[in-house]
Design a protein around this ligand. Structure first.
Ligand SMILES: NC(=O)c1ccc[n+]([C@@H]2O[C@H](COP(=O)([O-])OP(=O)(O)OC[C@H]3O[C@@H](n4cnc5c(N)ncnc54)[C@H](OP(=O)(O)O)[C@@H]3O)[C@@H](O)[C@H]2O)c1
Length: 301
């Protein structure tokens, strides 16, 4: 079998891993902006129709700026909102292709007008701090966004939630974070029962700009662990992850690009079913994306 045929066979078998909830749609067309494989009814851009409008809350943040970048590269109309309203520290031509505006999730009046005509909202709002702050930023802020988007008729909503590892006593450490995420997921279920998607990644790695001249390359730390867990296989790793305390070490870290692409795909493609996409399915999507990229590179040779 040629290298290309082997790569394509690997790609097909990885695709078969993705479950019937439409998860393969998370990765389809991710390599090209205008995929010819789009399903009927999909909100993917076509050359004649106006591209879908996606509003990204937390667009200046680590995950949010990657979501904006992926969505802009895919040809969507992207509006990145944050409390400051300024572009992120990240640089690149894509930054100029995104519209940046001010919006505080807790103050619907500050962003109501920005939701007009939006096809989807992606919320990357979250964070740590005191217990009350964790509850406010992960819970109340996202609940307000979900309720407001529903009230003005935005059809789809994607929320970047989090996988909570099986560590005894974690509730005492980050109880506000956990309860906040749960409250936001509950609001999503209530207000977007048919078109709300919550992603639950574990640790997310990538290049994280912390000032204009300092970027943390988190991949150096987490990529080796991800590769090790991929070798072990998602099913075996998932079993180990259920073991209290040590299990946390078996939750795969994910590249920020994977989470961002999955969020964008869930926002525009109705084949991605409503509900929770957990870290294990995201990991399978990451494998699928890597294999697709390898197959495409091999096919180009
Ligand atoms: N990084 C990880 O390893 C990881 C893992 C699992 C899950 N997650 C989840 O992924 C999401 C994004 O994480 P991240 O690492 O990208 O965090 P981040 O860089 O700190 O970004 C969080 C964003 O939330 C925004 N925000 C906070 N309060 C807001 C409000 N009231 N209104 C509007 N925006 C508000 C901030 O915007 P401004 O301050 O610019 O206004 C910031 O851009 C979070 O929900 C996090 O829990 C992250």
């Amino acid at each position: 079998m040629s290298a290309t045929a082997q790569s394509l066979a690997a790609l097909r078998s990885a695709g078969a891993l993705l479950n019937a909830r439409g998860l393969s749609a998370l990765t389809s067309g991710s390599l090209r902006a205008f995929s010819s494989s789009s399903a009927a009814g999909s909100a993917q851009p076509t050359e004649s129709a106006a591209p879908p409008k996606i509003v990204v809350f937390g667009g200046r943040g680590f995950v949010g700026s990657n979501v904006c970048q992926q969505a802009q590269n895919a040809g969507y109309s992207v509006l990145g909102l944050s409390r400051a309203g300024t572009p992120p520290l990240a640089t690149g031509r894509w930054v100029d292709g995104v519209a940046w505006a001010r919006g505080n999730a807790l103050e619907p009046q500050s962003y109501l007008h920005h939701l007009e005509g939006a096809d989807a909202v992606i919320s990357c709002v979250g964070g740590f701090g005191s217990s009350e702050e964790q509850l406010r930023v992960n819970g109340a802020a996202n609940v307000a966004l979900i309720e407001t988007a529903r009230a003005v008729g935005v059809p789809r909503f994607v929320f970047v939630s989090a996988h909570i590892p099986n560590v005894p006593g974690i509730e005492a450490l980050i109880g506000g974070y956990i309860r906040g995420k749960a409250a936001a997921e509950e609001a999503l279920r209530t207000h977007y029962p048919g078109s709300g998607v919550a992603l639950r990644p574990g640790v997310i790695y990538g290049d994280r700009a912390i000032s204009t001249n300092v970027t943390l390359h988190l991949g150096l730390l987490f990529k080796p662990l991800e590769l090790l867990l991929q070798k072990m296989g998602p099913e075996a790793a998932a079993k180990m992850a259920a073991v209290p305390l040590v299990g946390a070490a078996f939750v795969p870290p994910l590249p920020v690009e994977t989470v961002a692409r999955a969020a964008v795909r869930a926002a525009v493609d109705p084949r991605v079913a409503a509900g929770v996409i957990d870290v294990w399915d995201l990991e399978k999507a990451a494998l699928h994306m890597e294999q697709a990229e390898r197959a495409e590179r091999a096919a180009r040779k």
